[in-house]
Write a protein that binds this ligand. Structure first.
Ligand SMILES: Nc1nc2c(ncn2[C@@H]2O[C@H](COP(=O)(O)OP(=O)(O)OP(=O)(O)O)[C@@H](O)[C@H]2O)c(=O)[nH]1
Ligand SMILES: [Mg+2]
Ligand SMILES: [Zn+2]
Length: 371
């Protein structure tokens, strides 16, 4: 998966090959591709999304590809377009021309976020991720609320989260111990790794949790050290990193492209640009997993549709009052719940509008035909 283009693809039909398996292909995806592989078609994984084309890998070759006309014609929203990590069915040509993407295989998982610019639209982050490393740095960036928001998003996407506390070299031991104390409840649920890219502390622990053929992504604010960590794991400075702005310890969004890369140990990584805003969407399942102490009381409230905000006989409010549920966690639960309700609603509004627009176009076409 180097960026250089290797010799022309000869072994076009690579389904089931070990080269594809090394990229994360498995029996489930093979099943999904049944019937889609016509003569001259091959399976490949999207390793880079560019403005006007895609870079895909067959495990043996990296090829530039673009969408077929029919594919484009049938797309009606952005989530149907390929993103990094997607498995696609491509048609390769012997000439140096672009390969053509004909199909996307169904996704095992899809990481997306609300597009900050639009009311309700989604940016795809990556597809077919097995594990997400949520990275926060031990200095000014560490924030439990943010961690919970990431956890909700990752759970919702059906991805297994792991938490990384980076830049441990920047804090004196007693402050680090304070953070460790705060994250104790999480340590029981998720792998929790404290690392320093500078001293190398904890990096071996990260290497030990990595599995060959599994796909990992790095999530977290800009400047927390995601790319530096990836370079360290790769053993070479393949990707650019940038100093954090002194004043507010915020990064400058060094990583602007999402790319899929394979580590020497066989695990597969997708680095992502730091995110300013985390949009959640229909996060019910993710909420319940992230706040399971709250979810477990669900059935004990007086009203079946209790929102746990103000209702009489609410078991959650009672547990908060008795100190059984952490007050801050409860507040954050309410906040995320409210946001998700808002997004779900505006999504439906938008669907309604889309339908109205579709009807308008139809009516217009009809009226033209009549003339
Ligand atoms: N002290 C210290 N600095 C680190 C550590 N890891 C990374 N840095 C520095 O933090 C800055 C940002 O690192 P990046 O790896 O570019 O951060 P990023 O998370 O990839 O940022 P974006 O690509 O913008 O999302 C660089 O100057 C790194 O050298 C660490 O463990 N300790
Ligand atoms: Mg980066
Ligand atoms: Zn309740």
């Amino acid at each position: 998966m180097s960026s250089r283009q290797e010799e022309k693809p000869k072994d076009i039909n690579t389904s089931g090959s070990s080269a594809l398996e090394a990229l994360g292909f498995d029996a489930w995806f093979a099943e999904q591709s049944a019937g889609l592989l016509e003569d001259g078609f091959a399976i490949a994984r999207v390793i880079e999304v560019n403005k006007s084309n895609y870079k895909v890998s067959t495990g043996r070759h990296d090829i530039l590809a673009e969408l077929s006309g029919r594919f484009l014609f049938n797309v009606d929203n952005r989530t149907e377009l390929p993103t990094v990590g997607d498995w696609v069915v491509v048609q390769c040509f012997d000439e140096d021309g672009l390969a053509i993407i004909h199909h996307i295989l169904p996704r095992k998982s899809l990481l997306r976020r609300k597009d900050p610019g639009k009311a309700v639209a989604f940016q795809l982050i990556a597809a077919n991720i097995d594990f997400a490393f949520i990275v926060q740095s031990a200095d000014a960036n560490f924030n439990l609320h943010r961690l919970e928001r990431y956890l909700v998003m990752v759970h919702e996407s059906k991805i297994a989260p792991m938490v990384i506390l980076s830049k441990t070299d920047l804090l004196p031991a007693e402050q680090l111990a304070g953070i460790q104390e705060q994250v104790k409840p999480y340590q029981d649920k998720y792998p929790f790794l404290a690392i320093s890219n500078v001293t190398g502390d904890g990096l071996q622990k990260v290497r030990e949790v990595l599995q060959s053929g599994k796909t990992y992504c790095l999530l977290g604010s800009s400047g927390v050290g995601k790319t530096t960590l990836l370079n360290n794991l790769l053993g070479e400075a393949l990707y650019e990193v940038n100093a954090v702005r002194e004043k507010d310890s915020r990064g400058r969004h060094t990583t602007s492209k999402r790319q899929l890369v394979r580590l020497p140990d066989g695990s597969i990584f997708i680095d992502t640009p730091g995110m300013r805003e985390l949009g959640n969407f229909n996060v019910d399942a993710g909420l319940e997993e992230t706040f399971d102490e709250i979810a477990s009381l669900q059935g004990q409230c007086h009203f079946a549709d209790c929102t746990h905000r103000h209702e009489a006989g609410c078991a959650v409010i009672a547990a908060v009052q008795q100190g059984l549920i952490d007050h801050e966690r409860y507040q954050n639960y309410l906040k995320i719940q409210k946001e998700s309700a808002y997004y779900a609603m505006s999504y439906q509004d938008k669907r309604k509008k889309d339908k109205q627009f579709g009807k308008m176009v139809k009516d217009y076409k009809k009226s033209i035909r009549k003339k």
